[in-house]
Unconditional design. Structure first.
Length: 768
């Protein structure tokens, strides 16, 4: 019978150590045995032991062994004993989590709450530690607090299962959403509380707050609102303005929140003087022009910030990358005046040593470098670096472009330009179907590659079939046919039109087969001249009820005719985005003409001017004006299928496509050789989707019309303001994965007898 010597026994329950107080004679450990483990590997236990085989075991090491194993969290009980010179570790493992059940949740999906628990270590298959339950409940409450549910109650149940496992159950009573019932501003004298609360994002329940959730308290939103309040006062002269305190209280039933903001406005200050000091480097008059805040004006923090930034940017464009500009105030608290001294420290003049490009696995370095306006070895220029970044973003090849300027070690006057790009797929194969309120059912497909083999060249194959229009085209474009950015492109296409399906346009059919060559010549960063030369073969079809103008044209030129089409255009683009611009201008002039060599000789001129201006950070005003004129040479008419058509969701919404202008005896539109279009549109994000870059709403005012030789009643023979039609309404644009989706609800403001209106207009799917 084996004699078992006295043991060391320590049970660790709920994190409290309890050790027997006895002494043992030290012994040399010849072997170590672990008992009681089911899931844990013996090697894992050995790795935590402070004693190894061949070492001497003591009371201190026994205590250290117990503490080390318990600290792992794997075990809920640890015993240390010895049998002769064999050290025996007896453990009882913590149970494993077999299942986690969440019930009663409606505000959050179960998978989202499960993910939140997993992030704190509570998930299926993990070791269960009862001390984590409190953290788990706290995490779930925080999730609900973020949604304004401050009355949430969580009941946790732990159910033991066979094989040392447990099942966890979280029963949630979400409770009602706490809404902001009142926001009060205390201490305001210069401005009415209603005006100040109009600056806040947080608000009491209203028409759209069920979408925006702005009637639910958020600490981050309140901090943002207080910053808006501070900026408002500082921009209006209240230099000493401060927020003394904010109190947020909730009713006992946790359904209503009251917010009180205590402010001190202070006095309103005017600017008494502005001066420059330090090493200005640039001519003093040039810097003074950049200072937007002037003596005699009411103090404005916004103008002061713009002034320091403008001076800093001007210095950075001259190579002083790390210039420091500070506006030092001098207050006169009696007269309530303030003067500013702009302290200028340009620092060293900085040069760019090297441009390093990373992240481009497909796109060639040369494609990126040819867009760079900051050159290696040149003076640092913030303007050129920003322009380089913009040009790379406009390529459409990258989802992200990051530019950094780290200092060169040991070279205080040099930096490197590190350009890191994140490439996005530039090729697509798309098959789809759509429906247009003017074009009927559309089946479409396209294969395109905007960055073929990383060269920057583009290839597009497009097919679109519709009842009115069908298009088949193949295009190739080389944006850098020459090193200085002259682009060269080719197109071949087939286009069929059957106007009889529209019902509002005079009946005719046409089949066109053509080819083009295009040349784009950049004049500078914003101006481009475009040239084009193409040849078209046209086949026309008319009906018995077609207008006399159509019949006369076919009689004069035949059913088949050709056009040697030349074009020239100028475009100036200063927009900050080609998709959803918020500022800038887009102007273009386009001239198309039928040249000698074809049977049709004509000219068309179109001028367009779009202007975008940010009203606020969320609202953008767009003004658009467009005029067009065309005619034939030598007394010949403009081909009727080249006429201008006004009306519809791209010109004057609320009226049916192409119907604003001359009409035939059947009341169908025949278009005109003159057109005028004007649009005013205010764009803003959809409530609740302010961060989305793919969808926005707008309210609009449209106007326009077309004129020609006249219709069967002699109307619309020349431009007349009385013939202009106007409409207003709301619109929505969504850049969806299948293509642009456009919807509008327009109300004609001055319809006349014979006008064909259409309140709701839309475009679904991708149309080429």
């Amino acid at each position: 019978m084996m004699h078992i010597k006295p043991r060391i026994l320590t049970s660790l329950v709920l994190g409290v150590y309890s050790a027997a107080s006895w002494a043992m004679h030290p012994f040399v450990v010849r072997d170590i045995r672990v008992e009681g483990i089911q899931r844990t590997e013996p090697g894992t236990v050995f790795s935590y032991l402070p004693v190894k085989v061949g070492q001497t075991m003591t009371d201190a090491k026994a205590e250290a062994t117990i503490k080390a194993l318990y600290a792992t969290g794997f075990f809920k009980d640890v015993e240390v004993e010895h049998q002769g010179d064999v050290l025996v570790i007896v453990v009882q493992e913590q149970p494993a989590i077999a299942d986690i059940e969440i019930s009663g949740n409606k505000e959050f999906k179960t998978k989202d709450l499960t993910k939140a628990l997993s992030q704190i270590g509570l998930s299926k298959g993990r070791i269960f530690d009862r001390s984590m339950l409190e953290r788990a409940e706290l995490e779930l409450r925080q999730e609900y607090y973020s949604r304004g549910k401050y009355g949430v109650a969580i009941t946790t149940t732990v159910t033991p299962l066979p094989r040392n496992r447990v099942s966890l159950s979280f029963a949630i009573d979400e409770g009602p959403v706490a809404k902001i019932r009142q926001i009060t501003v205390v201490g305001n004298h210069a401005y009415h509380e209603k005006k100040l609360l109009g600056l806040f994002t947080l608000t009491t329940p209203g028409w759209f707050t069920w979408i925006t959730k702005d009637d639910q308290y958020s600490k981050q939103k309140l901090e943002g609102d207080l910053e808006k309040l501070r900026s408002f006062y500082l921009d209006n002269g209240y230099l000493a303005f401060r927020v003394n305190s904010t109190q947020v209280s909730i009713t006992p039933d946790k359904t209503a929140i009251y917010i009180t903001v205590n402010i001190a406005e202070g006095a309103k200050y005017t600017v008494s003087g502005v001066s420059l000091a330090g090493k200005t480097v640039l001519p003093k008059p040039a810097i003074e022009k950049l200072i937007k805040i002037k003596p005699g004006q009411v103090f404005s923090q916004k103008l002061l910030t713009q002034s320091t930034k403008a001076i800093g940017d001007a210095l950075a464009d001259k190579g002083y990358a790390f210039a420091n500009v500070n506006a030092v105030p001098k207050l006169d608290t009696v007269k309530h005046e303030v003067s500013f001294t702009f302290m200028v420290d340009p620092g060293r003049r900085i040069y760019v040593r090297r441009i390093n490009i990373t992240g481009n696995e497909v796109t060639r370095d040369e494609v990126i470098r040819r867009e760079m306006r900051q050159m290696e070895g040149g003076l640092y220029s913030a303007k050129k670096i920003n322009l380089s970044r913009q040009r790379l973003n406009r390529l459409g090849y990258f989802s992200d472009v990051n530019v950094e300027t780290p200092a060169v070690p040991g070279k205080p006057d040099q930096v490197d330009l590190d350009v890191n790009v994140k490439e996005r797929p530039t090729g697509s194969i798309m098959l789809g179907a759509g429906y247009s309120s003017t074009n009927g059912v559309i089946l479409s497909g396209s294969i395109s590659k905007q960055n073929v083999f990383g060269s920057g060249n583009a290839v597009d194959l497009q097919v679109s079939t519709g009842q009115v229009n069908s298009v088949y085209s193949l295009s190739y474009t080389n944006p850098y046919y020459t090193p200085d950015g002259v682009s060269l492109g080719y197109d071949i296409y087939k286009r069929n039109v059957d106007a009889s399906y529209i019902g509002t346009i005079a009946d005719y059919t046409s089949k066109t087969l053509g080819a083009d060559v295009r040349l784009g010549v950049p004049l500078n960063e914003i101006d481009t001249i475009n040239w084009g030369l193409g040849y078209e073969w046209n086949s026309l079809g008319i009906f018995s009820d077609s207008p006399p103008e159509y019949i006369d044209f076919v009689n004069q030129f035949g059913n088949s005719n050709t056009t040697l089409r030349g074009s020239v255009g100028w475009q100036r683009d200063t927009r900050n985005s080609a998709i959803f611009p918020t500022k800038g201008n887009l102007q273009s002039v386009y001239v198309e003409t039928g040249l000698p060599g074809g049977t049709l000789k004509y000219y068309k001129i179109n001028y367009q001017d779009q202007w975008f201006h940010p009203i606020t950070s969320d609202f953008t005003l767009m003004l658009n004006g467009q005029v067009g004129y065309g005619n034939g040479f030598n007394g010949k008419p403009l081909p009727f299928f080249k006429n201008f058509y006004v009306g519809g969701n791209t010109t004057v919404r609320g009226y049916q496509y192409g119907t604003l202008g001359p009409k035939d005896a059947n009341g169908n539109a025949i278009g005109g050789n003159e057109s005028v279009i004007g649009n005013a549109e205010l764009f803003f994000p959809i409530p609740g989707l302010a961060e989305s870059k793919s969808v926005r709403m707008s309210v609009f005012l449209d106007g326009g019309g077309s004129w020609g030789p006249g219709d069967y009643l002699g109307r619309y023979s020349k431009f007349s303001a009385s013939d202009l039609r106007y409409s207003s309404g709301v619109a929505l644009t969504w850049l969806s994965p299948i293509g642009p989706l456009k919807f509008s609800v327009g109300k004609p403001l001055n319809p006349k007898p014979g006008d064909q209106t259409q309140t709701f207009q839309f475009l679904l799917g991708s149309v080429f």
